[in-house]
Design a protein. Structure first.
Length: 439
């Protein structure tokens, strides 16, 4: 009996739901702890540096992650989709991993080159000095450690979400320990930049090591050397299109995460970029379930769609109900306690960031609901439908960002994020319902 067939019965359905819930709470614990560690590290950094220098540290990291994201096709999505289809064919899985590893290497090298050459353009746009431009180029070296997409796909494919949960904790521990040491020793801007880069590199290296260890355990006789492209179209039909869709989807995800930070810095100054990032990080601590929910739902929904469609829809409905209830709580908490939270965490001089917190929390709450629909459409090989919704939402976010930022300052940047997230949810919801009506 195939793995999918096991999910078709009642016991298999229950196991699928329990696995989703277990993976979700396992990731939630790890990512929640990691987010708190990162928040504590950023609090130390914000208190130790002048707001403008803190904003510069944030801009450097956003620049590096932005360059990486622009040439990242997220191979772990393809590994989950095609790996679940070929669970009974280990040789196919091995070939898929070899192909995705090649993609990983190529995109990392391309991202580093992009960051190195784009640093000069960014310095001119943000009016940085020659020293700041050199710092941006030096920081871009951390991109070379980010070749972790294939390893991440292996861990997701084999339900090792416990390892993925610990990955961010590793980053948070390194970041907090380094920030505490630099603060105690009276270090300045460059020291904090080094700490941030080391923390980013540590979590990438940890993920790669654990992912390939899991692969070796599951496939003790596997060879990394072997055919890469032979029979690719027959074994992995639609792979090229799926990678293209996830590439553009990744770029759309990149805009509200990192590119808006650069935009805030360009329009409102480095201090505003730092304030925006603080509010976004605070939002992340509270709204981290959105990303986690999508990650744990996707593998199980991919298994259930063909083997147990009734359980598939039941799981989607339960996840939607839970995410909607959580979204309401998140927005209410930010509305009532946002001012006090920002001031308590980072100090009174950063209290101005509270004005954007409520809007970013609203955007995160909408994304929490959208995440469920996105996972369901991905599992049904309808990633293109998701792309349309996110493209429209990001387009609105981008179009409204500058006018609202210039008209309403920092608060306007949050308003633009909320408007874009609302449009995305509406369009993805429509695309989720229409195919069901035809099936």
């Amino acid at each position: 009996m195939s793995p999918d067939a096991g999910d078709a019965g009642t016991g298999g359905n229950r196991a699928g739901s329990n696995r989703t819930g277990g993976n979700f709470f396992r990731l939630l614990r790890g990512r929640g702890m990691a987010a708190l560690l990162m928040l504590a590290a950023m609090s130390l950094m914000a208190r130790a540096l002048p707001p403008a220098e803190f904003g510069l540290v944030i801009l450097l990291h956003s620049f590096a992650l932005g360059a990486r994201g622009l040439v990242n096709v997220k191979p772990f999505e393809a590994i989950v989709l095609y790996g679940t289809r070929h669970a009974a064919r280990p040789r196919y899985t091995e070939q898929l991993l070899r192909l995705m590893l090649l993609v990983d290497v190529a995109t990392v090298v391309a991202a580093f080159a992009l960051a190195w050459f784009a640093a000069g353009w960014l310095a001119g746009w943000l009016e940085w000095s020659a020293a700041e431009r050199a710092l941006a180029r030096g920081y871009s070296v951390v991109i070379l450690t980010s070749m972790s997409g294939t390893a991440s796909g292996v861990l997701r494919l084999y339900d090792r979400f416990d390892v993925i949960a610990r990955q961010r904790v590793v980053q948070g521990v390194v970041m907090l320990a380094g920030a505490a040491a630099v603060s105690a020793l009276g270090g300045g801007l460059v020291a904090f930049v080094v700490v941030q880069g080391l923390a980013f590199a540590a979590h990438n290296i940890y993920l790669q090591r654990q992912g390939w260890r899991e692969f070796a355990r599951r496939h003790p006789d596997a060879r990394l050397a072997g055919p890469v492209f032979a029979g690719r179209r027959r074994r992995f039909p639609g792979l090229g299109r799926f990678l293209a869709v996830t590439y553009w989807q990744g770029n759309l995800d990149l805009f509200p995460k990192h590119l808006v930070v650069l935009g805030a810095g360009a329009l409102l100054g480095e201090t505003a970029a730092g304030l925006y990032r603080l509010a976004a990080q605070t939002t992340r601590v509270i709204s981290v379930p959105a990303l986690l929910l999508r990650q744990v739902l996707f593998p199980d929904l991919a298994r259930l769609w063909r083997a147990a469609p009734d359980e598939f829809h039941r799981l989607v409905r339960r996840a939607l109900a839970g995410s909607a209830a959580s979204a309401a709580v998140l927005v209410g908490a930010a509305t009532w306690f946002g001012d006090e939270l920002i001031a308590a965490l980072f100090g009174e001089r950063y209290a101005a960031g509270a004005v954007v917190l409520v809007w970013l929390m609203l955007a995160a709450a909408l994304e929490l609901v959208t995440a469920v629909l996105r996972a369901a459409l991905y599992a049904r090989a309808r990633a293109g439908k998701v792309l349309i919704g996110y493209a429209a939402g990001v387009a609105l976010h981008a179009a409204a960002f500058a006018p609202l930022a210039l008209a309403a300052g920092l608060e306007g940047t949050g308003m633009a994020a909320a408007f874009g997230a609302l449009l995305t949810l509406g369009l993805v919801s429509m695309n989720s319902v229409r195919p069901r009506l035809r099936e």
